[in-house]
Design a protein around this ligand. Structure first.
Ligand SMILES: [Zn+2]
Length: 191
């Protein structure tokens, strides 16, 4: 699968992670009727083992997207059938929501992309994404990815908290920083 910037997005990652859904469709969880399943197709990958972690992961992504979208826009229609179409559905249904909700939608999408990369054991892509981001605390370019802790750490020795511990960023904080930078760049280009 190509990993260019145009194709490597959250939707593509979720689809890739969900390839097994063609063999094992996700069923809606009780109480969450908006969680739809991919249509049951021919067994595209019959050798693919059943993966409950992937199913949980996909279900969690769909649920978070649906909850945020329906909170930001109660008039949003039903979620799409295809899991990979969820992000576009969230974008379309939050485009007139308050700025705060649009921002949050972008952060959710980016964070899920990171999480789905890790779920596919692709640390390298996350490592590169971390290196492309300046530290939101000190502004330096010294962020490094720590796979075992699932956090980014700032290598600037002056960038520490009150106890002298290095600044570290969770995936959520990292996504927040990336989206903040992305929006500033967009605004600067627009003026
Ligand atoms: Zn820093």
């Amino acid at each position: 699968m190509a990993r260019g910037d145009t194709t490597d997005n959250a939707a593509a990652r979720l689809q890739e992670l969900g390839a097994f859904l063609r063999t094992y469709p996700v069923r809606g969880a009780a109480g969450h009727s908006y969680i739809s399943s991919e249509p049951r197709g021919a067994a595209a990958s019959p050798a693919l083992p059943y993966n409950p972690d992937a199913e949980d992961r996909i279900r969690a992504c769909m649920q978070e997207i649906a909850e945020h979208t329906l909170t930001a826009n109660p008039d949003a229609g039903p979620p799409p059938e295809q899991v990979a179409a969820y992000y576009e559905w969230m974008r379309q249904n939050t485009q007139h929501a308050p700025e705060r909700e649009q921002f949050r939608a972008e952060v959710i999408e980016y964070r899920q992309w990171l999480e789905n990369c890790l779920a596919a054991r692709d640390n390298e892509t996350v490592r590169k994404a971390v290196r492309r981001q300046a530290c939101p605390e000190c502004g330096c370019w010294g962020l490094m990815w720590m796979p075992t802790r699932r956090r980014a750490i700032c290598t600037n020795r002056k960038c520490v908290d009150q106890d002298g511990a290095s600044t570290t960023l969770s995936l959520g904080r990292l996504a927040h920083a990336v989206v903040t930078t992305r929006r500033k760049t967009r605004q600067a280009r627009a003026t």
